[in-house]
Structure formats: structure tokens, C-alpha cells
Design a protein around this ligand. Sequence first.
Ligand code: AMP
Length: 123
Amino acid sequence: MAYTYDDQNIFAKILRGEIPNATVLETEHSLAFRDIQPQAPVHVLVIPKGPYVCYDHFASDASDAEIVDFNRTIAEVVTSEGLREGGYRIISNAGEAGVQEVPHLHIHVLGGRGLGRMLQPAR
Ligand code: AMP
């Protein structure tokens, strides 16, 4: 399935500078900023600057340089936010089942407290 990217999504607007954000780190290919409704003491979103809908879209179509930059940015955020020692969780929601609200790939980096179990048991 080919992905169609909606360039009116809110993260595309952030990347174009149309909406403000609380930047944590910016690199050539990636941007990290604070989630507007944090679910933990540390809740940072890391996004690629390119037009990728979700994780598998990015992992399939992005250049090696983008993929390396994105992953290194996540690692730098983990370090700069002081999460190495206490641990953290990274999450990327995709599509309907994943309850993805914004159709531009983003990794949630969460930490700063115990985060509980990842999922509820299946019903
Ligand atoms: P998801 O459900 O994985 O698509 O998560 C989207 C995330 O984007 C949510 O955690 C929102 O709180 C966050 N969000 C939405 N708008 C903004 C914004 N303008 N700045 C920062 N985070 C945002």
C-alpha cells in the first residue's frame, strides 16, 4: 500500500514554522519537541522532517542518512533528558489500531516516572 501524506497535519505545520513548538533538539533531518499534553514528566516527540506518515513508511522509504539521524536524535533526547539511568519508553502509534492522531511519524519518548505495564491484557 502506498502512503499518502497530508501536508496539512499539525506536525507539518510545526515543521513549516506555522505553529510554535517547544524544541528540545533540531538536526538536519529531525526535530524533537515537547508534547503539548505530556503523559509523563518527560514526554518528547521526535519527528523526521521528511513527509512520512508512520514508522514503516519511514523505515521503507527514507534515506539512510535520515534513518541514522532520526535514531541518533532519539538517543540524544534520551541522554539530554536524563532518562538513561531510570529508564524510559518509546512508542510510535500507527493507523487506526494504533490510534494515531497525527499522520506524521512521531516517536514518543516518555520517562521520569514508573510507566507501568505497556498494554492491558487482551480481552
Ligand atoms: P498520537 O496519538 O501518537 O498521534 O499522538 C499525537 C501527540 O501529539 C499527542 O500526544 C498530542 O498531545 C501531541 N500534540 C498534538 N498537537 C501538538 C502540538 N501542537 N505540539 C506538541 N504536541 C502536540
